[in-house]
Design a protein around this ligand. Structure first.
Ligand code: NAP
Length: 352
């Protein structure tokens, strides 16, 4: 089968090449998905450069986190997934940009029936991450005010919509007029260009000097530091991503503004496990349970079915142009999700 593999670290165009590799076998509690679509995730840019410590397999490795398609093989304990159309995370969070993808059943969910394969690719990560950030970690409630950074992006566009659906007042930031318009279309009450305007001052004006209850920060670094002064007393600042530079994942936050801000700083990570305690022992990470994932998924599918949220696909491209599309994502040229279409590709020796 064909797969986009990282062979050397650097720009996506230098790092990636298409290889013929073996189709993956499914181990216990795992499935193999015949790829229909894959979504680009910002972390994959850092993966090309070799600076993403969370997912750092030895070279060469197949890039890609998220897949939509049909389960064509299943290991012991996962047989009930055979033939199901799913959204899934590739096992270990790499290997998705390929004609077949190995996934843990813990990170496999039925694709929402109302969404076609392109739309489904823009559903799973954006809405699960946004829900976990806003509701499970940020405890956002109706009537509260939330600030979403990079509100026109993949996860950001989901966070804006979920906040609005919850009945919160939404302030969103974005880096261009086109993106600000999209934020407003998705339910943002006040959109701020954080490349030209002073976000903290603007937010304090909007909130009568008090600040926002919850921040969903997908950018990190200087944006985080500049946002601390506009969080309300006892508010929640959720660190969800680092599109402004992965280096900020390891530092940059000084305690003083948090101490004097009297607010909480929280993190969020999308990963569900049937046995979170085993994951804790192995990695030190606190993961959500599979039961949490099923509850969140059912809630989000209900919102899709009710028309309360919609997926935002900025662009659909053939699977053969992955490096160019990753370069567009890195250069802030995208809105919503970029989805790769694999349906015209064929696998040699497809097995059921
Ligand atoms: N916590 C989790 O479990 C989890 C899971 C998935 C993804 N994430 C994180 O969530 C974030 C969003 O992911 P995504 O895939 O949806 O990407 P995305 O938000 O669509 O990322 C691209 C956008 O980030 C903004 N941005 C701000 N500073 C930037 C910079 N220096 N360079 C490039 N872009 C910049 C740009 O929007 P503007 O032009 O409007 O600034 C850009 O269009 C990423 O940091 C990702 O790692 C976290």
């Amino acid at each position: 089968m064909r797969a986009w593999r990282v062979h050397r670290y650097g720009e996506p165009g230098d790092a990636l090449q298409i290889d013929d590799v073996e189709e993956p076998p499914a181990g216990p509690d795992q499935v193999v998905v015949q790829t229909s679509t894959t979504a680009l995730n910002f972390n994959e840019i850092d993966g090309c450069f070799g600076r993403y410590r969370t997912v750092d397999p030895p070279l060469p490795y197949t890039l890609g986190m998220e897949v939509v398609g049909e389960v064509v093989r299943a290991g012991t304990g996962a047989e009930h997934w055979l033939g199901t159309r799913v959204v899934a995370t590739a096992a270990g969070a790499f290997g998705a940009h390929a004609q077949q993808v190995l996934a843990d059943a813990d990170m496999t969910f039925e694709a929402p029936a109302r969404l076609d394969d392109v739309q489904a690719a823009a559903f799973f990560f954006p809405f699960h991450v946004a829900h976990l950030a806003l509701v499970e970690r940020g405890h956002l409630e109706a009537g509260q005010t939330v600030l979403v950074h990079a509100g026109a992006g993949g996860v950001g566009s989901a966070a804006v919509q979920l906040s609005a659906a919850l009945g919160a007042r939404v302030i969103a930031t974005a880096g261009s007029d086109e993106k600000l318009d999209l934020c407003r279309e998705l339910g943002t009450d006040v959109a701020i260009n954080y490349r030209t305007d002073d976000v903290a001052a603007a937010v304090l004006d909007i909130t009568a000097g008090m600040g926002v209850d919850v921040v969903c920060d997908l950018v990190g670094g200087d944006t985080t530091v500049r946002t601390f002064p506009c969080v309300v007393h006892s508010g929640r600042y959720v660190l969800a991503g680092f599109s402004g530079g992965i280096g900020a994942e390891d530092g940059g936050i000084v305690p003083r503004p948090i101490i004097f801000g009297n607010f909480d700083v929280c993190g969020v990570m999308l990963s569900y496990r049937s046995d979170p305690a085993a994951a804790k022992r192995a990695s030190g990470f606190n993961l959500f349970s599979r039961a949490d994932g099923e509850r969140v998924h059912a809630h989000l599918v209900d919102l899709v079915d009710a028309g309360s949220i919609r997926t935002v696909v900025g662009r659909v491209a053939p699977w053969t142009v992955l490096p160019a599309e990753l370069a567009r994502l890195a250069s802030r040229a995208t809105v919503g999700r970029t989805v790769l279409d694999w349906r015209a590709s064929t696998t040699k020796g497809r097995r059921a």
